[in-house]
Write a protein that binds this ligand. Structure first.
Ligand code: ZN
Length: 251
């Protein structure tokens, strides 16, 4: 993917020294991470730990879109939120925590959810997109904007003890609408969730994005990784494009 690498200063070299020892990442990959900006939809049970891992790994910028204020029921999983932040803006809480970890990070806190109206502009300011929204309308809006603009999108979802992650590369892999032509009829906005299970999907999605930005390893492009943490099974399911897909199809 296209990124403009940025030079590292001495503090950054010291901070990221141990991960720059990773075969394939190195200083070249670290400079690419510093030059990258990611859009993350929602900073809850999935997007929160995802943002934390991207920030700790030295990504240059994060644009985080999430409406609303911190509720008590967020605190079992939304690790960027704190008890003393109850009633305050979720994205501002997230921004504060992320800057405590990495003051070099550029964070744009967008206090609204992704919609058809704002998706194009937000995707346009990012190099890579992470879909961590639990609402299909948001996910479809992001998918459409990413396909139109040719931006990679890491797609992560979870339900109860299960999770799934795939990496969508426009023109190469199926898009979200290939996998879900319509919203699954049984889908509910509120669902059972354990923070550690959503954090698993977040960590997998973060690794996918870091590999894609830094330019090493093999991603889940064309593969849906599904896990059931109730018995800790992982499956790799091949995903194929649908020729008649309304978003990425050729006709
Ligand atoms: Zn498609």
């Amino acid at each position: 993917m296209r990124v403009h690498p940025e030079a590292l200063n001495e503090e950054e070299r010291a901070t990221y020294e141990w991960q720059m020892w990773i075969d394939g990442l190195g200083e070249t990959g670290q400079r690419r991470l510093k030059g990258a900006t990611a859009l993350v939809s929602r900073c809850g049970g999935l997007g929160g730990p995802l943002c934390y891992h991207l920030a700790s790994a030295g990504i240059g910028g994060l644009i985080i879109a999430h409406a609303g204020t911190v509720q008590p029921s967020d605190l079992n999983r939304q690790i960027l939120m704190t008890h003393d932040g109850l009633g305050q803006s979720r994205v501002e809480s997230a921004k504060r925590r992320l800057l405590e970890l990495n003051p070099r990070l550029r964070v744009e806190a967008v206090s609204e959810n992704i919609t058809e109206a704002n998706a194009g502009a937000l995707v346009g300011r990012a190099d890579i997109v992470f879909d961590c929204a639990p609402v299909f309308a948001e996910r479809f809006a992001m998918n459409r904007a990413c396909v139109q603009q040719g931006k990679p999108m890491i797609e992560a979802g979870m339900f109860e003890m299960e999770g799934q992650v795939t990496t969508i590369i426009p023109e190469e892999t199926p898009c979200l609408a290939c996998l879900y032509p319509e919203e699954p009829p049984a889908w509910k906005r509120q669902f059972p969730v354990l923070g550690a299970v959503s954090a698993m999907a977040a960590a997998i999605a973060a690794v996918e994005g870091i590999k894609l930005i830094a330019g090493f390893g093999k991603t889940l492009a064309g593969t849906l990784l599904y896990y059931d943490s109730r018995d800790m099974t992982f499956q790799r399911i091949p995903a194929v494009r649908r020729p008649g897909c309304a978003v990425c199809g050729t006709k």
